[in-house]
Design a protein. Structure first.
Lengths: 267, 147
């Protein structure tokens, strides 16, 4: 039953963390989900999968956390390891993932965790960016996200982020594909119902990158978006595309403070 | 021959201006499309296959029918058990062709429509989900469900 208490704790934590932010708007926004109904994808897993996720030795996603932890400590190309900046002190990354995607102040662009890791590589480590969905980028992203496990996703939205939020919300609510459906039709209006053997969840992002049973491997949130788009026979957007980044931001706020679960297992 | 080809291209170009609807307004009477979409003979058996199979209509993604031999039938849409006793073939036809004509907010996908679509996957662009004959097979199957 633990997951049913999460939304409440999440809301409390969300409210707390919102206080420390720069000019951020009200944390409770109008989305297609009533705040008191919000549940993690965890709630829709079988009890066996839930206990597998909860057990660090059984959870397959931990392989990527371990690998990412190693990469985090190792020197990259000609330069220092991530840990040389983020190992201790103010720049530790505990809780960092809860605030992504967010604006990169140097460029004004919206970046997600994958994007931030690549910016650190190019700006601070004299290294090439890693390819989206490559094993090293998945591992580093999963490791960094795991440092926020149990912490509430930030619902704070700065004024700069607002316009991206609207783009993401529009993507979520726009019908597309040969089946002419939007994310909203399934994840706002029909969650809890059966799509054949699958119970439709609310489509939250808090477990990603996640080990998906269907993939038999770990993948990013954008890979999950591409599957949902392909499912309604829409042309998926590319990894790291502007629409998917904005969608990711909309989902962060829409999660209304659910706790991060990476490394999670999903169906 | 050349002249005919040019004439055909011109008339095609003329059509692509407005929304190209596979079923015209004039074919809709009330909440039904009374006339079959094709003269080919429809089969209940074929219809059942299309209703169930993943790489065909796969309607059981969202619907269930009592007594149908298929595991894990969905419930996003209404139960279609006994549908033939509730709706006429023409009513069933319009709901499969384009249910949004009856309810703009519908979750039921349009199976025989190509206009007003957005971001359709490249392989499917410009094509309806099902052919006219596949829809007639489905109508034949669903009208055979009488309780």
């Amino acid at each position: 039953m633990r997951h049913f208490r999460w939304p409440l704790i999440g809301l409390l934590l969300g409210a707390l963390s919102a206080c420390g932010e720069e000019p951020a708007s009200d944390s409770v926004r109008e989305t297609g989900l009533a705040p008191d109904t919000i549940v993690s994808g965890y709630a829709f897993l079988t009890p066996e999968t839930q206990s597998e996720q909860d057990d660090d030795f059984l959870n397959p996603a931990n392989l990527w956390v371990d690998e990412g932890g190693k990469l985090f400590l190792s020197e990259t190309g000609v330069s220092a390891a991530c840990a040389s900046c983020h190992g201790e002190g103010d720049m530790r990354l505990d809780g960092a993932a809860t605030r992504y995607p967010t604006i990169d102040h140097a460029s004004g662009e919206l970046v997600n965790l994958e994007g931030r890791i690549n910016l650190c590589r190019t700006r601070h480590q004299q290294a090439d960016p890693l390819e989206y969905e490559s094993e090293p980028l998945l591992s580093l992203t999963t490791y960094v996200a795991s440092l926020s496990r149990g912490q509430a996703i930030s619902t704070a939205l700065s004024t700069d982020e607002q316009v991206f939020y609207e783009v993401g919300k529009t993507y979520f609510n726009t019908r597309r594909g040969q089946f002419n459906l939007s994310c909203r039709e399934c994840h706002d209006l029909n969650w809890g119902k059966q799509l054949r053997g699958d119970t439709i969840s609310q489509g939250h992002s808090n477990g990603f990158p996640a080990y998906r049973l269907e993939w038999q491997t770990l993948g990013s949130l954008h890979r999950r978006f591409r599957d949902c788009d392909a499912g309604i026979r829409a042309e998926p957007r590319t990894y790291g595309s502007a629409d998917y980044l904005a969608l990711e931001l909309y989902l962060r706020v829409r999660a209304q403070g659910l706790p991060m679960e990476t490394p999670a297992i999903r169906r | 021959m050349k002249l005919i080809a040019v004439f055909m291209m011109l008339s095609l170009a003329a059509c692509s201006d407005g929304p190209v609807s596979l079923v015209n307004e004039g074919d809709i009477v009330g909440d039904a499309v009374p006339a079959p979409l094709t003269d080919s003979v429809a089969s209940i058996e074929e219809g059942r296959g299309i209703f169930v199979e993943r790489d065909r209509g796969h309607c059981i993604l969202c619907h269930q029918v009592d007594g149908l031999d298929a595991p894990f039938q969905g419930n996003v849409g209404p139960d279609l058990t006994g549908l033939g006793a509730r709706l006429t073939p023409g009513q069933i036809r319009l709901r499969i062709v384009d249910a949004s004509r009856l309810n703009v907010d519908t979750v039921m996908p349009p199976y025989y429509r190509v206009h007003g679509m957005n971001q359709v996957a490249k392989e499917q662009a410009g094509k309806p989900v099902l052919t006219a004959l596949e829809i007639e097979h489905l109508v034949a199957y669903l009208r055979s469900l009488e309780g």
